[in-house]
Design a protein around this ligand. Sequence first.
Ligand code: HPA
Length: 273
Amino acid sequence: MDFGKIAKKILAKSTVKPNIALILGSGLGYLTEQFEDAVSVNYREINAFPQSTVEGHKGRFVIGRLNGRDVIAMDGRFHYYEGHSLQDVVKPIYIFKEMGVEHLIVTNAAGGVNRSFVPGDIVAITDVINLGFSNPLVGPNRKEYGARFPDMSSVINKRWLEVVINNSKRVNIDLKQGTYIFVTGPSYETPAEIKAYENFGADMVGMSTVPELIAASHCKLNILAFSCITNMASGILEKKLDHQEVVATAQKVRSKFSKVVTIALNALKEEKL
Ligand code: HPA
C-alpha cells in the first residue's frame, strides 16, 4: 500500500500540517469537537482502508488545531477483533508517518487489573505486554520505515511522560501509571485469565493500542498512551462486564481526559522532544 499517496490525499483537504496524531478510543472521540478549522475524512473515502464497525467509534480522521497545535485524530480505530488483520490495524500509523507526524498520543478504554485502580481513573501507560499471539510487523519489513527487529525497550517517551505527570499533579489530576496488556477479545476475560495477567505484571487490560504502539515504535514516533479505566476487570468485583458501562464511564471522565491530552500537547511546547 502506498501510504505516502494516501497521506497526500488526506492532507490536501486541509491547510493544517499535523505534527501530532491522536488515536481516540471508545467514547473518547468527543475531543475532536474542540478542534478549530476541523476537516474530517471518513475511512470510507479511503480505498483499501478497513472500516470501523464498533458502536461508539465513528470511523474518520479529523484534522485541525487543538490548543494551537496542528493535529490529526482518528475518531474510531481498527481492532483485531473486528476481523481486521494486525497489519490493517496499524496502517494509519504509517500514513501519519508519511504526513510528517512525529508525536503520537493513544487513548483507550481498559479494564482495571490493579486493585488500587477505580473506574474513572486515567492511567499513563508506562509499558505494554503483547498477548495477541502475533505482531503487526509480521511479513516483509518495509525498511524505509524501520528496522526488521525494532527495539521495544522504551516504547513510551519517558521525558514527555515525566512532564505530563508533573504538570498533571500541579492541577490536581491524579494520573496513575501502569502496564497495559493487549488481548484479542472480543469476549471479555475470565476471572482466571485476569489472575494470570495480574501475575504477568499487568495493571490494565484492553483490546487495542499495543499493535499501534509496535508500529509506531517501528517507525520511531514519540509516543504517549493513556487508558481510561472504565470497569474493574473480570472477577475483581461481583459484577458482569458490559460494553455500555465501558462507554458510559469513558464519557463521564471526558473533561479529565481532555485535560490530560491538553497537558500532553502543551508539554511538547515546554520540552524540546
Ligand atoms: N477487558 C478488555 N478490554 C476492555 C475492558 C476489559 O475489562 N474494559 C474496556 N476494554
